[in-house]
Structures are given as C-alpha cells and as structure tokens.
Design a binder for this molecule. Structure first.
Ligand code: SF4
Length: 197
C-alpha cells in the first residue's frame, strides 16, 4: 500500500474526532487500488463494515461488486471509501458536524490517489461533495467542479429491493468506465453539469 494512504488508514483507525467514535465497533478506512482512476464515495459504514473495519462488504457492497463485474472491472482495481469512516447509530444519515469533521480524510485520499473521476454513490455523498440533492434526477451525469470530475449514481443500497435500480446502477457503472477509457485516451468527454463556469 501507498505509505501516505497507510498513514491515513492508521489515523482513521485511531480517530476520536467526532461523536461516532463513541458508538462504532471499528472505524472503516478507504480500501483499494491507490493507482485507481476512480474513487467510489458512499455515505457511511453499515453493520457489517462496522464489525469488520472494511468498506462495502455487506449486501450493498455485493451489489456494487456485481455492477463492477458486469463492466469488466474487479473490486481490486478501484478505491472505495465513504464520506464518514465510522458507522452512525442505527445507520442514520451522518450529520453535518460528523461529515465536516471527517472530510479531511477524504480530501487526503483524493489528493494522494488523484482519480480521473470521483464516483458519487447516493444522496449523502452528492450533498456533501457537491451540495446536491435528489440524485435519482441527476444520476448518470458527469460533473466538473474545481478541475475535478465527478460521476453521479445511486447508492448500491437503493438497489437491494429494487430490480429496476440494479439495472440503473449497472448501466451507470458501464458509462463511468467508458468515460474513464475516453479520458485515458485523451479524448474529450461531455460535461453535463459544470460548477466551474
Ligand atoms: S467518523 Fe471520521 S472524524 Fe468521526 S471518529 Fe470516525 S474517522 Fe474520526
């Protein structure tokens, strides 16, 4: 693993900067390939993640893995993390204080990995990173803000009881990796929403 990411990992494991440290079992640092072209950002760890200290290993994580596999991508090829690294009690949405306290870790992960695209999974990540809401209306879109590209899609947890949404997630992930291939080949991609201009 990259040494700087390993330092962040250790800092997250030991972190007591917000109230979530009092109720978690384990904090959940980001995990994956530090040379990845994409960072997936979800909301927060759930029960399985809290017990094991790894991101996206429950049912929602399996849905993400299936969508990645359909796009020909292995979990080991990408980097996956969350807005907050500790589980909120009863899986409630992390509040603004928890999100802002934890954001230094995500900022560092992004600055080390320098992904071509940050893939936002669901409303909490959309709101935290871009101030957006109602991701279902904006999913599948490519966004530019401050020289960083973001791709919007639904949170895999939303697909658990909804077969239509699993098709949506799969087609978005295919589009995401098509965009990444175009960027790697120095081709122009269409920016759907530009917060920079
Ligand atoms: S959620 Fe983030 S800021 Fe809060 S204790 Fe966990 S690692 Fe620290």
């Amino acid at each position: 693993m990259n040494k700087k990411l390993e330092t962040i990992r250790q800092n997250v494991i030991e972190c007591t900067k917000c109230e979530l440290s009092k109720t978690r079992i384990k904090s959940v640092p980001g995990k994956g390939n530090f040379q990845s072209n994409v960072i997936f950002v979800g909301e927060a760890p759930g029960k399985n993640e809290d017990e094991n200290g790894e991101p996206f290993i429950g049912i929602a994580g399996k849905k993400l893995s299936i969508a990645l596999e359909e796009a020909g991508i292995s979990r080991e090829d990408v980097y996956i993390t969350n807005i907050v690294k500790c589980r909120p009690p009863k899986n409630r949405i992390p509040n603004t204080i928890e999100r802002s306290t934890c954001q230094e870790y995500l900022k560092k992960e992004i600055s080390i990995i320098k992904p071509k695209i940050i893939c936002i999974l669901g409303n909490t990540a959309f709101n935290s990173l871009l101030g957006g809401s109602e991701i279902i209306k904006f999913r599948g879109k490519l966004v530019r803000k401050d020289d960083q590209l973001y791709f919007l899609t639904i949170h895999p947890a939303a697909t658990i009881y909804n077969q239509e949404l699993i098709r949506v997630l799969k087609s978005d992930i295919v589009k995401l990796f098509h965009l990444i291939t175009e960027l790697k080949n120095n081709k122009e991609v269409q920016i759907d929403i530009d917060y920079s201009s």
